[in-house]
Write a protein that binds this ligand. Sequence first.
Ligand code: APR
Length: 320
Amino acid sequence: MARPKIALIGAGQIGGTLAHLAAIKELGDVVLFDIAEGTPQGKALDIAESGPSEGFDAVMKGTNDYADIAGADVCIVTAGVPRKPGMSRDDLLGINLKVMKSVGEGIKQYAPNAFVICITNPLDAMVWALREFSGLPHEKVVGMAGVLDSARFRHFLSVEFNVSMRDVTGFVLGGHGDTMVPLVRYSTVGGIPLPDLVQMGWTSQEKLDAIVQRTRDGGAEIVGLLKTGSAFYAPATSAIEMAEAYLKDQKRLLPCAAYVDGAFGLNGMYVGVPTIIGAGGVEKVVDIKLNKDEQAMFDKSVEAVKGLVEACKGIDTTLA
Ligand code: APR
């Protein structure tokens, strides 16, 4: 069987890391696309030259021509600009919306059967716009946020409890912004829900609250440290986890920015919810029950996302 084809639209910090991970994991042949001349070609060659030592078989190609993504099975989109210190994800809206238009049109023309994972921020609005511009089925266009936010939450929890990250589950829903909703009740250490761990005296409510806040601020913490860009290792790893779930039909239950129509009382919008990712793309949105406080936080997050989508419609009237 021919190797799957993975097109990476954007060959910056995240794009390059995605290419390296896809090669090491032998997920398929990789095409790195970027508007910057030389960057995708240079990164593709550099990664290909790591093949003999690493021992992978994957063709790496860098390009500035959308025709080279033809027939891609998976497209992962990071094209656009990242945050600088002091900027929120929402500050990127105007610039990155224009980028989504050109990327959406490129995917529509050359890779209409792909499973598309958007990473570009502000995520929930950009994945919506990318779906609109590309015209692909909703279940084939999804945003990467919840896997990353949950990974950050799980990492902080593993440090607090001094247990392996593998034994910590975490669930973060809602928009990928300050209003994201880390669901404490549905997050566990070895299957024990976090509120029970507070009761057992393994941590305090104050410490748990601080971890929740640090998770919400996880992206900004890294922007503040790096100063010249935003996080790229963990975002790339999270998107690769989603791509692998699709390519290997793993039926993973992952929190993703998916199109929600009916579940959670929503009618037709992208926001972070639990999904099943398999060969059909987003095969299911898992409509979990939220308590009053969680629902209030989720509603606030949904309103923030709706505001960004309205702003997109104001900037590009073809979206209205
Ligand atoms: N088409 C293709 N590529 C583009 C376009 C475009 N229209 N506009 C910009 N790019 C490319 C840039 O040339 C750059 O190589 O997108 C790449 C972005 O890479 P970085 O600046 O290194 O940004 P990165 O850290 O990879 O983040 C990308 O993901 O997490 C989000 O907020 C982040 O929106 C940002 C995106």
